[in-house]
Write a protein that binds this ligand. Structure first.
Ligand code: 6CM
Length: 255
């Protein structure tokens, strides 16, 4: 008899500074864990559901075509391999909202709504208007977490999740409110120098998996939205990873 595949076990997080008594702790924990589980247990059949729309070798972008009441909600996925940076560095700069305008071309402005803990805050993004649709904004929690390797052979992972929420200090109304479930998951691969010397940036590779489920809220023309996605997601990954390379080149490696 064929055994049913058990979900990948995941130890309870060792590093989460949001207090378990916080009202949002369970949601943040569950969403973050589900992203990790989904990535670690992805199988061939699920992989085939993704349609590759950009293949630049080291960077591939996929989508699954999906519509809800005539609105495009295509889940997007990008997989990218970058040398010389660690997953910790990639996640650090993705989570660090202060520099976001430097690499996020679709963003008009961003502000912190509330800090929940030193690894989680609530954020309000105003997105640039795309003609002929109305301007959009988003309110979401942003959480960063380290999932250390369980043993010497295991992989060391970092994750950032951006997930839509409501907040009294961030009412909707001025713009069309988009909702999102976004995750950036990074795995660092280190190939130590064969001469036993120190590990340098040349020995480091980061494997990035970025997923974005975005609901544009109200009406938006499907063809415009799909062409914006096809253009903007690869642009974002290129621009953002180059930003991390530039920021870290002269800095000690953040493992
Ligand atoms: O993940 C990214 N950025 C994060 C930090 O800000 C955050 C934001 C995600 C928002 C993604 C939504 C982009 C949609 C843009 C078009 C919407 C206009 C609708 C009208 C169309 C006719 O998770 C990087 C996001 C990179 C986006 C390309």
């Amino acid at each position: 008899e064929k055994k049913k595949k058990e979900p990948t076990p995941l130890k309870p997080p060792q590093h989460i500074s949001l207090s378990p008594s916080h009202p949002m702790y369970n949601e943040i924990n569950e969403i973050t864990t589900s992203h990790l589980r989904r990535l670690l247990s992805a199988n061939k059949a699920e992989e085939q559901e993704w349609q590759c729309i950009v293949d630049q070798g080291d960077l591939k972008v996929f989508k699954r075509e999906l519509e809800e009441n005539g609105i495009v909600i295509d889940p997007m996925k990008a997989v990218c391999t970058v040398k010389k940076i660690t997953g910790h560095e990639v996640c650090h700069y993705f989570w660090d909202f202060e520099n976001r305008l430097e690499w996020e071309a679709t963003l008009e402005s961003t502000r912190i709504v509330e800090w929940l803990s030193d690894d989680t805050f609530i954020n309000n993004n105003v997105i640039k208007r795309v003609w002929p649709a109305s301007q959009r904004d988003a309110c979401f929690w942003s959480h960063i977490r380290h999932i250390p390797a369980e043993n010497d052979e295991g992989s060391d992972n970092w994750i950032v999740v951006n997930y839509s929420t409501d907040h009294p200090s961030c009412p909707s109304g001025k713009y069309v409110r988009i909702t999102m479930n976004v995750a950036m998951i990074c795995q660092t691969i280190i190939e130590p120098p064969s001469n036993g010397g120190d590990i340098t940036r040349d020995n480091i590779t980061c494997k990035i998996t970025y997923t974005a489920d975005v609901n544009p809220g109200g009406w938006a023309p499907s063809s415009v939205l799909r062409s914006v996605y096809k253009r903007e997601y690869p642009k974002f990954v290129r621009r953002f990873t180059q930003y991390v390379l530039d920021k870290t080149a002269d800095k000690p490696i953040l493992f």
